[in-house]
Design a protein around this ligand. Structure first.
Ligand SMILES: C[S@@+](CC[C@H](N)C(=O)[O-])C[C@H]1O[C@@H](n2cnc3c(N)ncnc32)[C@H](O)[C@@H]1O
Length: 309
């Protein structure tokens, strides 16, 4: 396993995924009853954006966050009304016009503050575990699976003393089998693998098939890269063959086909999406395309793959 999420933390794909994840969490919280958030590929929990790393040839690796959270954070700060308001720093998340984006930026700021960096400079970025933990209510529960021993250890360090959070140093697909169906009978599952292997889409389909058989009402969110469209289309065909419950997908493209960027976009497939989440996602997507675009080919969409009855 060569993949280390640290290199990619806070990039455009993280921003897209985390804004939508938070929308899903908030939609789950529309009901009082608690739920399980199961993160099958959790990463380390949070990331120090100032930590540099080297390429195999000894050069410094170019960080990806400036073209991701760096732009969204910068835009929110720049468009702030001077003065802020009592207790609010001038600029910052309050200036985001779409509530979902403001909610996300407020949690990013809270995480940065928690790590000791109050103010407008962003040093620390929350991964999906910390984002979910900061959003969780007392009745919600988290299970975080991570296979890399060093990242699982970092997760354990952060969460060992947190109530209602369990860290599992294990394969996330095995985690699905171990934790579904949950006693709460409500779950939001994030499947966010590294896609290092050509077989990842096939593995996801196999696990989704099993998971839906055991827990048909679960909300499953699957992140995927858009490198070749046909791979995504084949994945969707494979999913349709499972005869799944209602499913929608949202996609963000930051660059057109002619741009020499390998990953031109990414998507999130949501099975059993919470009520009216499509409208909420459609409202926030333009706010992501604008700051995250690389060229004129940037766009976003949200559509049903399996419509609601
Ligand atoms: C894209 S990153 C996760 C990012 C995280 N979900 C977030 O949004 O902050 C994928 C993670 O999966 C881990 N991983 C790879 N294979 C795994 C497996 N079979 N089970 C669990 N984790 C795995 C990697 O070490 C990496 O930390």
């Amino acid at each position: 396993m060569n993949y280390r999420h640290h290199f990619h933390a806070g990039n455009y794909a993280d921003v897209f995924k985390h804004v939508l994840l938070l929308q899903l969490i908030r939609a789950m919280q529309a009901k009082e009853k608690g739920f399980l958030f199961l993160d099958t590929h959790a990463g380390r929990g949070g990331y120090d954006l100032t930590e540099t790393s080297l390429l195999p040839d000894g050069r410094e690796r170019e960080p990806e966050f400036p073209a991701g959270i760096g732009r969204v954070w910068g835009e929110a700060n720049a468009s702030a009304l001077p003065g802020g308001g009592p207790g609010q720093p001038p600029g910052g998340p309050q200036s985001a016009t779409v509530p979902a984006l403001a909610d996300y930026l407020a949690l990013v700021r809270r995480f940065n503050d928690r790590r000791g960096h109050t103010g407008d400079a962003l040093h620390f970025y929350p991964g999906s575990p910390w984002l979910a933990k900061l959003a969780a209510r007392a009745q919600d529960r988290l299970v975080l699976c991570e296979l890399r021993p060093d990242d699982a250890e970092a997760l354990d360090f952060d969460f060992a003393r947190e109530a209602r959070v369990r860290v599992q140093a294990m394969d996330g697909y095995t985690g699905l089998r171990a934790h579904l169906p949950p006693p709460e009978k409500r779950a939001l599952v994030l499947i966010d693998p590294p896609f290092e292997s050509q077989a990842e889409f096939a593995q996801i389909l196999k696990s989704l098939g099993e998971s839906l058989r055991r827990f048909p009402s679960g909300v499953f969110a699957v992140w995927y890269p858009i490198t070749e469209r046909t791979r995504v289309d084949d994945f969707f065909d494979g999913l349709l063959a499972l005869r799944p419950p209602p499913a929608l997908f949202a996609e963000l493209r930051v660059a057109g086909d002619a741009t020499p960027v390998r990953m031109k976009g990414c998507g999130l497939l949501v099975i059993n999406p919470p009520w009216k989440i499509d409208g909420a996602i459609r409202a926030v997507l333009p706010e992501l395309v604008r700051p995250l675009r690389i060229d004129a080919g940037a766009s976003a969409r949200c559509a049903w793959l399996v419509p609601e009855a």
